[in-house]
Design a protein around this ligand. Structure first.
Ligand code: GDP
Ligand code: IMO
Ligand code: MG
Length: 428
């Protein structure tokens, strides 16, 4: 059994929280793409845990797999593992693919320098080296976890890379060249910490699934940040959409049973790029303040706006969503009216499907439907029937506009603040 959780918008939808909630029913939790650009916050018994690389299943005591589709920053991973151990997690549950690519120090420097070079067209990356490392992977220059476990060839590979990268750093970006010996020493020290966790995760996952294990695939980023399906070039350098599960883990599509999209009850985006329903006014500020919309990985304020069902329909289509978990609906309490975009007006035309052509955005304005708000605090409600009528109406309308049923509702950051509306989940 394989259930995929993907972000349906621009990230930070509450994937970590929902993974932690659903992990209780799974045997294994896997991250299949991205790296430390992700920031997943999970609140258990009032205690906040922040994860960048380790799958959220570690907190539920489940085997947690960093599959080969991820980009591993070893220093950050070791720090995170130590933090999780201090929080009472069992570190021996972590598995790391030997084929995952490493984030090297030059990737992070290039990420920052390339952003500077783009100037006004910068993407607003997290600076975690994801773009340059993904580029090296595609160009067949990448250094993988398995290389780190073979010291001699690792040192040789670092030398080769720096022969290529140092002239770039010095001549194009005017920064100091890096010392291959110092990098090798640093990374080989990390290798001893990581070695006990490294294995062939393709075999591990497929054999476990053959024997009946249920696996939860935890997406990072979101559909609109997908390199191919998102708002290119304002995207990340991986495929967070459900197709990324197969290429990022070696688990074939025939083993996946369900795909669930995680969507916030409004929209946020951190970093640059198109965001049709963005509110640069008091309402936007209110959403940021009430939803505490500041990036987990970088602390940047998130851009906020109304829910966009054009985005959700795109997400339902490209991910094949069977259902939607609607999160942070408690944040909308106290809004007199709530808007949801159902189409865009572009010049004289009305379009109701997301344009992948970035040029089309310039003249796009969202067309909204307006729904009644509610004043009640809903964070303690645990049954759909106990919610105010206006909340139930909002949830039903979102499901209809998106074209997929809302299966779960999240009314607060805590594990227990989750309502299961439709018993469609097939983890057991
Ligand atoms: P992720 O990247 O998709 O895992 O999401 P983040 O963790 O970056 O951002 C979601 C934030 O909202 C976190 O701080 C969560 O603790 C919090 N959160 C998740 N679900 C809810 C909810 O239903 N209501 C409220 N108020 N906060 C939530
Ligand atoms: P989670 O998993 C929100 C955004 C960055 C930037 C763009 C490219 O917490 O939802 P990158 O560093 O990946 O090259 O940056 O993608 N971005 C995210 N935005 N949540 C994330 O992860 C993100 N990961 C990357 O802000 O706009
Ligand atoms: Mg996040």
């Amino acid at each position: 059994m394989g259930v995929v959780l993907v972000g349906a918008q621009w990230g930070d939808e509450g994937k970590g929280k929902m993974t932690d909630f659903l992990a209780a029913q799974a045997d294994i939790v896997v991250r299949y793409q991205g790296g430390a650009n992700a920031g997943h916050t999970i609140v258990i018994s009032g205690v906040e845990h922040k994860l960048n690389l380790i799958p959220s299943g570690i907190l539920a005591g489940k085997m947690s797999v960093i599959a080969h589709g991820m980009m591993v920053d070893p220093r950050l991973l070791i720090d995170e593992l130590e933090r999780m151990e201090a929080a009472g997690c069992n570190a021996s549950l972590l598995r790391i693919s030997d084929a995952a690519h490493l984030i090297m120090p030059y990737h992070k420097i290039l990420d920052v320098e390339e952003e500077r070079l783009r100037g006004v067209n910068s993407l607003g990356t997290t600076g975690r080296g994801i773009g340059p490392a993904s580029r090296d992977k595609a160009a067949r220059w990448g250094i993988r976890v398995s290389d780190l476990l073979r010291p001699e060839s690792f040192v040789e590979k670092v030398h080769v890379q720096l022969r290529r990268v140092n002239p770039l750093l010095e001549k194009i970006y005017g920064v100091d060249p890096l010392d291959p010996e110092a990098i090798s020493r640093e990374y080989l020290e990390y290798s001893e910490h990581l070695r006990p966790h490294v294995c062939d995760t393709i075999l591990l996952l497929n054999r476990s699934m053959e024997q009946g294990a249920s696996v939860l695939f935890e997406g990072a980023q979101g559909t609109m940040l997908d390199l191919d399906m998102g708002t290119y070039p304002y995207v990340t350098s991986s495929n967070p959409t459900s197709g990324g599960v197969c290429t990022g883990t070696g688990v074939p599509p025939t083993r996946l049973s369900q795909v669930i999209g995680i969507a916030k009850a409004y929209t946020t985006r951190v970093g640059d790029g198109p965001f049709p329903t963005e509110l640069q006014d008091h309402t936007g500020d209110l959403l940021r303040q009430r939803g505490n919309e500041y990036g987990t990985a970088t602390g940047r304020p998130r851009r906020c706006g109304w829910l966009d069902s054009v985005v959700l329909r795109h997400s339902v289509r490209v991910n094949g969503l069977d259902g939607i978990c609607l999160t942070k609906i408690d944040v909308l309490s106290g809004m007199e009216k709530i808007k949801v975009a159902d189409s865009y007006a572009c010049n004289d035309a009305v379009i109701d499907e997301f344009p992948l052509d970035q040029g089309a955005f310039a003249d796009c304005h969202p067309e909204y439907i307006e729904l009644a708000g509610w004043d009640e605090d809903i964070s303690r409600v645990r049954r759909f029937a106990d919610l105010p009528g206006a909340v139930r109406n909002y949830v039903r309308t979102v499901g209809e506009l998106a074209g997929a049923p809302v299966t779960h509702l999240s009314v607060g950051p805590g594990r227990e603040q989750t309502l299961e509306l439709e018993p469609i989940l097939r983890l057991r």
